[in-house]
Design a protein around this ligand. Structure first.
Ligand code: UD1
Length: 416
């Protein structure tokens, strides 16, 4: 199993390009299931998660072709509308095939994802919404068995803000008979990117990016070409890595437009940030100030940046309070950061981090995607060598991580 060996202490310096957003690419690739015509998606990041999803789509009979960051999908015939436990358990986002399959094929068999490292993560809202649109869904032997004639437009109110839930229901509603209104919808930029792709395929959607999305169903969608938005979480992760090392970096092919909450906190921490149209530059101070955060749905501070901010607070001046309100078990990185000498106290969904003068390299274990990113950031800021184990988590969500970090002057090597 691969590990990442980091020799800390180097200030990050230089320029690197940000990839397409994983969390936008995954639903957008699933959207290809909604049409018989070929769809071309560009700026698709090369990640284990996108590879897993393409494999899943191929098992259903979708023809896929990848050239660089461009993926062509042809879902002319869907022969097997099923997502097996084997694939769904490795990537929860596979559940995003449920809505498109029921809408297009009138049937689907999709494994329940089960729990994961950061919490229970049920999919009851996806089921409830599809049932409101007339689908019959039985849960048997660990699988959701869904059938429907043509879905019917409905008014759906989700109990909590759910990103993939909103995306699943929005995709299904595109082919339903009549109008669907999703209330309490997720406002994440990735939902808007998916909506834009669907609109270019002929869907009639308004309100994406607000908490009320209206979808007027159409008989069929057509082929289209769509470019995936830049990855705001990858962008934020590199910004934190530069901040933690007192570096000076410029990230290209990205936008600060969806990063207000993160940029704001980095400025509070003492970073100097310059925003260009398609780039962001960050200069870190000699020592950061501690910054408290509270995660919540967009546009508030993203839970996917919580671990990285815990890492930068470990070496900041002062004490930060970190509240995680989205997932119940998302502090697994704290005990690993403590192995590097961090001062962190956990009480339920609150972590109190008091910055220390220096972290010392050690062997640490990655527990989930963003937790892994926080360990890399801490390793870059620590003295000596840090060995990050189980980096398959990182390979799920960060394209060319070592190459990009090396381009910024980090001393990072993958070891087997
Ligand atoms: C998506 C992102 C993930 C991010 C998360 C929150 C993708 C592929 N993944 O995950 O990176 O961390 O949003 O921003 O886009 N919930 C239920 N029932 C449901 C659905 C959700 O109880 O049917 C709960 C979840 O357990 C969680 C909360 O709602 O506590 C939000 O989860 P959700 O927004 O659905 O997360 P994902 O879409 O899985």
């Amino acid at each position: 199993m691969d590990k990442l060996l980091i020799t800390g202490g180097a200030r990050l310096n230089g320029e690197t390009a940000i990839s397409g957003a994983k969390n936008a690419a995954l639903p957008i690739l699933c959207a290809a299931l909604l049409t018989r015509e070929p769809v071309t998606i560009t700026n698709v990041p090369s990640l284990n998660d996108t590879r897993t999803l393409l494999k899943l789509l191929e098992e259903m009979g979708v023809k896929t072709q990848r050239e660089g960051d461009t993926v062509r999908l042809d879902a002319g015939e869907i022969t097997n509308p099923m997502a097996s436990y084997e694939l769904v358990k490795t990537m929860r986002a596979s559940v995003l095939v449920l809505g498109p399959l029921v809408a297009r094929c009138g049937q689907a068999q999709v494994s329940l994802p089960g729990g994961c490292g950061i919490g229970a993560r049920p999919v009851d809202q996806h089921i409830k919404g599809l049932q409101a649109m007339g689908a019959e869904i039985r849960v048997e032997h660990g699988y959701m068995h869904a059938t429907a004639r043509r879905l019917k437009g409905a008014r759906i109110f989700t109990d909590m803000v759910t990103v993939t839930g909103t995306e699943n229901l929005m995709m299904a509603a595109c082919l339903a008979d009549g109008e669907t209104i999703i209330e309490n919808a997720a406002r994440e930029p990735e939902v808007v990117d998916l909506a834009n792709c669907l609109i270019s395929m002929g869907a009639q959607i308004s309100g994406a990016g607000t908490d009320k999305i209206r979808i007027r169903g159409v008989e069929a969608l057509h082929g289209a070409t769509h470019a995936v938005m830049p990855d705001r979480i990858e962008t934020g992760t590199y910004l934190c890595a530069a901040a933690a090392t007192g570096g000076d970096i410029r990230l290209t092919n990205t936008s600060a437009a969806y990063l207000d909450a993160v940029v704001d906190k980095l400025m509070d921490a003492g970073c100097d940030i310059t925003i260009e149209r398609d780039a962001i530059r960050l200069k870190g101070p000699a020592r950061l100030n501690a910054v408290s955060i509270r995660t919540a749905p967009y546009p508030a501070f993203p839970t996917d940046m919580q671990a990285q901010f815990m890492a930068i607070n470990c070496v900041a001046n002062g004490t930060a309070v970190i509240r995680e309100t989205i997932f119940e078990n998302r502090f697994m990185h704290a005990v690993e950061l403590q192995r590097l000498g961090a001062d962190i106290k956990i009480d339920g969904n609150t972590a109190v981090v008091t910055g220390v003068q220096r972290l010392l390299g050690a062997t640490v274990m990655a527990t989930d995607l963003r937790a892994s990113a926080s360990l890399v950031i801490a390793g870059l800021a620590a003295e000596g060598e840090t060995l990050v184990d189980r980096i398959y988590h990182l390979d799920r969500g960060y394209e060319k991580l070592e190459t990009k970090l090396a381009a910024l002057g980090a001393n990072v090597r993958r070891v087997s």
